[in-house]
Design a protein around this ligand. Structure first.
Ligand SMILES: *[C@@H]1O[C@H](CO)[C@@H](O)[C@H](O)[C@H]1NC(C)=O
Ligand SMILES: *[C@@H]1O[C@H](CO)[C@@H](O)[C@H](O)[C@H]1NC(C)=O
Ligand SMILES: *[C@@H]1O[C@H](CO)[C@@H](O)[C@H](O)[C@H]1NC(C)=O
Ligand SMILES: *[C@@H]1O[C@H](CO)[C@@H](O)[C@H](O)[C@H]1NC(C)=O
Ligand SMILES: *[C@@H]1O[C@H](CO)[C@@H](O)[C@H](O)[C@H]1NC(C)=O
Length: 384
């Protein structure tokens, strides 16, 4: 157990640890109906006047609610030899086949300290259950320390506990560069580079891990694929693009490339899988990936409509003329018309369209859609 609540000014501290409310079917139906009504009312209020603070926040469906109060880690068996480790808002996969284990991602919630209290150091022996590994593979999903920042801690732990084990570290060139250039030395540099052709990590005839660069969030995010086998259905781990049940936080999870962001969904959907493991929030499935892709496309469409809908009159009403009024503070301010008048009008128009359509389908849409609209508008202007 973690003793204190970690400070969470974090990028993706969206939270997790669901005690998903299980409802019996009759109760479930009426709870669902009453939720839909409340949700629809909140959406209509926001859409009709986005600046009306009394509208409040659009509620999240009971089945999607996640809480931050459970700070212990959890270990869940997804299929024979494949465990999902979850701590606070982050996921790690732990794979075991005989005396060989593979770990995918080493989270360090932004703002947290690296300590031997890390739950992962207790989860690894639990999965090993007395077995002494002869080989450990450590895989980095992408080049962000909040997902790989406890790698050195785990590496040192493995070295101490299992001195005879061979440890291999897998990552892309982008991740290696991040680690090389970082001052904090939180992570061990990868010694197996996953390049454009991808790589396969073979653990047993029924358990292998295919790694392919598909980007979408950073330049070189890995799509981690455990194909279906006699041991169970296919599993995909793909971090920080799809957030099952929720709209992505922060401008499409600060994607560097919206086109690639959308395309990465397609590249996940090409695979045969039942279980989708995101970087954050609970597990998902194919439907969550499809919905996330539809959402992104829909925001792009809304951004196009928004650009076409903003009128000159709206810009005049919003004070665009102040840029040429010698008595106004904005006089001659080159940025004012774009940054303070046009873009906000476009964002609000796009926001209304998106929230009306998605507010009750994906949690948090009302909180994040302005950021998505900004990214989509930017993309239309300079990249499409
Ligand atoms: C703000 O929303 C409330 C409902 O929550 C509504 O009664 C009120 O008329 C709205 N105000 C404006 C200015 O739209
Ligand atoms: C977390 O909070 C939720 C909502 O208040 C509650 O239902 C749940 O039991 C709490 N979980 C823990 C582990 O305290
Ligand atoms: C964890 O414990 C080991 C062994 O006692 C120690 O060498 C190491 O410095 C500790 N690491 C941290 C981050 O406290
Ligand atoms: C751990 O190993 C013991 C025997 O050494 C076995 O009885 C038990 O089922 C194992 N637990 C798991 C979770 O595999
Ligand atoms: C995915 O899970 C949702 C429940 O979260 C379910 O309604 C849906 O049918 C599932 N889709 C697939 C393809 O299994």
């Amino acid at each position: 157990m973690m003793k204190s609540f970690p400070s969470l000014p974090l990028l993706f501290a969206v939270c997790i640890l669901s005690l998903c409310v299980q409802l019996t079917s009759a109760e479930g139906m009426s709870a669902q109906a009453s939720f839909s009504k409340r949700c629809e009312a909140a959406v209509q209020c926001i859409v009709s006047n986005p600046s009306n603070e009394t509208c409040g926040v659009v509620p999240v469906a009971p089945s999607k609610q996640r809480f931050l109060n459970d700070t212990s880690f959890s270990l869940k068996l997804l299929r024979e030899g494949v465990y999902l480790y979850t701590e606070i808002a982050y996921n790690t996969l732990v794979l075991k086949s005989g005396r060989h284990i593979t770990l995918i991602d080493f989270p360090l919630a932004a703002g947290s300290a690296v300590t031997n209290d890390s739950g992962l150091l207790r989860a690894i022996p639990q999965v090993l259950n007395g077995t002494i590994p002869y080989r450990v593979d450590m895989v980095y999903s992408h080049a962000h320390f909040d997902h790989i920042g406890t790698s050195r801690l785990v590496f040192n732990f493995l070295r101490r506990q299992y001195p005879s084990a061979k440890i291999l570290v897998w990552g892309t060139l982008e991740t290696r560069k991040l680690i090389r250039d970082s001052k904090r030395q939180l992570s061990v540099k990868p010694n197996i580079i996953v390049g454009r052709r991808g790589r396969t990590l073979f653990m047993s005839p029924t358990l292998m891990v295919r790694l392919d660069i598909i980007g979408g969030h950073t330049q070189s995010d890995l799509r981690v694929y455990i194909p279906p086998s006699r041991a169970g259905g296919g599993i995909v781990m793909f971090v920080d693009v799809v957030f099952p049940g929720f709209a992505a936080p922060f401008n499409f999870a600060i994607t560097q490339d919206l086109r690639q962001y959308i395309k990465s969904h397609q590249r996940v959907l090409r695979l045969r899988f039942d279980t989708f493991v995101p970087g954050h929030i609970g597990l998902g499935n194919r439907t969550d990936v499809v919905v996330s892709m539809e959402y992104a496309k829909s925001v792009l469409e809304a951004a196009k409509q928004a650009v076409a809908s903003v009128t000159l009159q709206q810009q005049i009403d919003a004070g665009i003329g102040r840029v040429s009024d010698p008595n106004a503070a904005e006089f001659g301010n080159f940025f004012f018309p774009f940054v303070s008048v046009l873009r906000p009008l476009q964002i609000e128009a796009c926001f209304r369209i998106v929230v009306e359509k998605w507010g009750c389908r994906l949690g948090g849409t009302d909180l994040v859609a302005r950021g998505h609209c900004f990214t989509a508008l930017q993309f239309l202007d300079i990249e499409l």
